[in-house]
Design a protein around this ligand. Structure first.
Ligand code: AN7
Length: 361
């Protein structure tokens, strides 16, 4: 019989704080592919792999943390969960809450989240409120509501989220049979950066791996509080998922960087979009702009001579390209891509495709 992946709580039950009493709320998250990226290996001289988290049930890594957070919320009797979100957390919270038969309330910055994510939250029946403020305002409000009303907070300030998300590091180690030398990852609230560090650290402590990967995190240049060292009041980037000016896991992330001899860098929107095109057109992996920052970060660090030849490098790409597909339809020069229109004439189509003349059957 075919083996079906059972979701991260069941697959890693011995590594998470769950028990017989925990009702497992799962949509089959995790078990995502680790894809060798030959085009990126050729460009950098490293051995590059892409952890494609867009393959999760709602199309982002958030599902790993949400299965844990919602399962624990239900275990503790919660009837409603709440989160602030730049989009993906709201899509995931909405899906897992409805699967569990509870209510999800989601607060998103008005007009600032990708259409696909908005559609997901609405399709799954969330109470979605567009707040006239940015993500950081939404998170402040969600925290206040959870502190004062009977509603359970599922942002990554909830440790259950980080716990679920650490399982991605376990999967990487299983495939590579050791930790990589470097791990590149997008940073918004820095929850996922913290989660991978924790997962790798646990593997090291168990004696499964021989090293701690250097954790390299990247923020968009207009939204890079950890890089500049202070809260960014009006964060701005086309990578809407990581338009965050006051990261929730800031201190944990600094500690993880120090422990792993890691790095935080900032990348321009232009370089994010260039990396987005390289990943989709040369590797065959379609991601949303925030995810492409891992690729942009690698190219930048390799260019700077910071990545030794032959080093093993894993890039987490966090969300699926179909959530925010408009960027694929923009050419490198910023103009709109206009697909060629043809008649139904075979000869004309063969000509346009440059197939030459028909061969005799
Ligand atoms: C695709 O959905 O914060 O550094 O509210 O959607 O753990 O915050 C999303 C974050 C990277 C950053 N890539 O992860 C939200 C939200 C994608 C994301 C991040 C997010 P963290």
């Amino acid at each position: 019989m075919a083996h079906q992946w059972r979701g991260v709580l069941r697959e890693y039950a011995d590594r998470l704080d769950i028990s017989e009493a925990t009702p497992i709320v799962t949509l089959g998250e995790g078990g995502t592919p680790l894809i060798p990226a030959d085009a990126l290996s050729r460009r950098t001289g490293a051995r590059v792999w892409v952890k494609f988290e867009g393959m999760n049930p709602t199309g982002s890594f958030k599902d790993r943390g949400m299965t844990m957070a919602v399962s624990k919320a239900v275990e503790h009797g919660a009837k409603a969960i709440i989160c602030a979100s730049t989009g993906n957390t709201s899509a995931s919270a909405a899906a897992y809450a409805t699967h569990a038969g509870i209510t999800a309330a989601v607060l998103v910055p008005e007009g600032k989240i990708a259409m696909g994510k908005l559609a997901q939250a609405i399709a799954h029946g969330a109470e979605l409120l567009q707040v006239q403020g940015n993500f950081d305002d939404c998170l402040d409000i969600a925290r206040d509501l959870a502190a004062n009303y009977p509603v359970h907070l599922v942002n990554s300030v909830n440790n259950d989220r980080i716990e679920g998300q650490k399982t991605a590091a376990f999967e990487v180690v299983e495939v590579l049979e050791d930790a990589p030398d470097f791990h590149f990852i997008p940073v918004g609230n820095a929850g996922n950066y913290t989660a991978y560090h924790r997962g790798y650290n646990e593997e090291l402590e168990r004696g499964i791996t021989t090293k701690m990967p250097r954790m390299f995190g990247f923020q968009a240049a207009g939204s890079a509080p950890i890089v500049v060292g202070h809260v960014v009041k009006d964060p701005d980037t086309i990578a809407s998922a990581i338009r965050i000016g006051n990261p929730a896991s800031w201190e944990l992330a600094i500690a993880a960087r120090e422990h792993s001899n890691g790095y935080f860098g900032a990348i321009s929107d232009e370089k994010i979009l260039e990396a987005h095109r390289i990943l989709s057109s040369e590797v065959g992996v379609f991601v949303e702009p925030a995810s492409a920052i891992s690729v942009a970060g690698l190219l930048e660090r390799a260019e700077a001579g910071e990545i030794p030849k032959g080093a093993t490098v894993v890039l987490t790409v966090t969300g699926h390209g179909l959530k925010d597909p408009q960027w694929a339809l923009r050419a490198a020069d910023g103009s709109d891509v206009k697909p060629t229109v043809v008649s139904t004439d075979i000869g004309e189509i063969a000509g346009v495709l440059g197939l030459g003349t028909a061969v005799e059957a």
